[in-house]
Design a protein around this ligand. Structure first.
Ligand code: FE2
Ligand code: FE2
Length: 139
């Protein structure tokens, strides 16, 4: 069962051409990889008019899960982490009504901005949460 899940996870990662591993918590890393893939799709031609909405919904799903762990484990650094999640959602909300399809350079700019933001987040503030969850053995 565990082996089958590991193969499934590996296939998913290969399929989406993932970036480096971001977490030892499988659900957290898998969701990060999906977020990076969605951010990458912003650059695709033709532009997918639903991509910002799909990214927003998936990001909210991911943030809610992380924040549920924070609440359940009384995570002491929850407030700034939740604030960072909210900022990402605000940036995305501002992009939702944009149609950058006439300007590939704008698609690339928005995608790169979100990519850099997310990379900093998952390799910074999320690592602290990962350590805390791993030590609590409630992953
Ligand atoms: Fe995360
Ligand atoms: Fe986070």
């Amino acid at each position: 069962m565990a082996a089958a899940f590991a193969i499934l996870w590996f296939n998913l990662i290969v399929e989406i051409g993932a970036m480096q591993k971001t977490s030892d918590i499988i659900w957290q890393d898998t969701q990060h990889q999906v977020l990076f893939e969605l951010i990458d799709q912003i650059k695709e031609v033709p532009f997918d008019p639903d991509i910002f909405l799909r990214l927003k919904l998936y990001a909210e799903h991911h943030f809610i899960l992380e924040e549920t762990y924070m609440a359940n484990l009384d995570y002491p650094h929850a407030a700034p982490h939740i604030e960072a999640h909210n900022r990402f959602c605000e940036e995305l909300a501002a992009m939702l009504d944009n149609d950058p399809s006439m300007h590939l350079a704008l698609q690339v700019l928005l995608s790169d901005f979100l990519y850099k933001w997310l990379k900093l987040h998952v390799l910074g503030i999320d690592k602290k949460l990962e350590d805390f969850v791993m030590k609590s053995s409630s992953q």
